[in-house]
Design a protein around this ligand. Structure first.
Ligand code: SF4
Length: 368
């Protein structure tokens, strides 16, 4: 069995490790490029969300590189994610590809359901080997998280932005080749230390919260590398969701670590008190949280036509006014262009800088 999977930020490092520890041959799809997107656009329905189109491109590239099996996360709820895997399978089969698709569904209540799904994937692996593999991968995911958070913080404060970019990419490449916990710890610690030792500037740094749909937040190819762009403008970005949160909350139902969801839902409650699918409720709750922690602004991002984010966006107008925080929304699809996205970001950041410099109490900074 030659198995491939979709990209989502740096999750490929963890998925590859897991599958290899389950004694499977892994075909990591090539990094997302324009070619990936072009294939996805060509074969996916026009109004499908951008992540589905990128998934299709990833799968075609994986299958063309020899994969005969695809692994994909399942989903549920009011948005389209629950049908992603099935729709993707039908599209690829209609194109003539012959493969097996394995859909990992999140467990209803019993974690052993997920362990059994993972175990069934492996070739002659025992329950203990699966447990060991999951523990290692969870460790690796947390290392990715620490490295990304250190990068997002230090990028805003350093005068040597290019070195910060290079340190992170070198660290992630090294992490991709780690097979033991002690190597993961060493790479993570070296990366964080190198970032901490970068020279600092003494210019003002803005704090911006990044909220929205999970794939768009985690995948730089989908968001025009927004975190790097903002960091190069001396903006410290804090996200509403990180990879361990998604794995813990979506795949493991909060069983791997304490989830902050209850707190986020509580903050969202005065504005949006029910589940709208995806991460719409988290978008609202985290925006409230960022406002109360004195962030300078919030940027909401998502794929064009993302239903949960459209609902959240309609609520953010009120949140922006009542919690007194400027908010901006950016949607991405295949027609988005770097120049347009960066111009809008620069305008928003310019407005936040003027506000901060003048000590103004502007809250009418909503840009759609
Ligand atoms: S959350 Fe948004 S982008 Fe993701 S499947 Fe649902 S509608 Fe599409």
């Amino acid at each position: 069995m030659q198995i491939t999977f979709p990209h989502m930020g740096n999750v490929h490092i963890a998925i590859k490790s897991l599958l290899e520890k389950l004694k499977l041959d892994v075909v990591t799809p090539p990094p997302i490029t324009q070619k990936t997107l072009t294939m996805g656009i060509k074969y996916a329905p026009e109004f499908a969300c951008l992540p589905l189109k990128i998934n299709i491109g990833n799968f075609i590239e994986g299958l063309e590189n020899g994969a005969d099996t695809i692994i994909m996360a399942g989903g549920w709820g009011p948005c389209r994610f629950g049908y992603y895997a099935q729709v993707e399978r039908d599209i690829l089969q209609a194109l003539g590809y012959r493969f097996k698709m394995i859909i990992l569904e999140a467990p209803d209540s019993n974690i052993s359901e997920l362990f059994n799904q993972v175990k069934d994937l492996g070739e002659n692996v025992t329950f203990w080997e699966v447990l060991k593999a999951v523990k290692f991968v969870w460790h690796q995911i947390n290392a990715i998280d620490q490295m990304e958070k250190a990068y997002e913080y230090h990028l805003a404060y350093t005068s040597d932005k290019e070195s910060a970019d290079k340190i992170l990419s070198t660290g992630l490449a090294a992490l991709d080749n780690c097979f033991h916990k002690k190597d993961v710890d060493r790479v993570c610690s070296d990366t964080v230390t190198s970032l901490e030792n970068l020279p600092r500037h003494n210019k003002p740094v803005l704090k911006v919260g990044l909220v929205g749909e999970v794939y768009t937040i985690l995948e730089p190819a989908c968001n025009f590398n927004i975190i790097r762009f903002l960091g190069h403008m001396n903006v410290e970005v804090t996200r509403s969701i990180y990879l361990p949160d998604w794995v813990n909350d979506h795949l493991f139902k909060g069983m791997l670590k304490k989830s902050n969801r209850k707190e986020v839902y509580k903050q969202a409650a005065p504005y949006l008190n029910y589940w709208v699918g995806g991460h719409g409720r988290e978008t609202v709750g985290c925006t409230v949280g960022f406002a109360r922690r004195d962030f300078d602004g919030v940027i909401q991002i998502g794929p064009l036509t993302c239903m949960p984010e459209i609902v959240a966006q309609s609520v953010l107008q009120r949140v922006s006014e009542e919690e007194r925080i400027p908010c901006m929304t950016l949607y991405f699809d295949e027609h988005s262009g770097a120049a347009g996205v960066y111009t809008r970001l620069e305008a928003f950041i310019d407005m936040l800088e003027r506000k901060a410099a003048a000590g103004l109490n502007i809250i009418s900074g909503r840009i759609n």
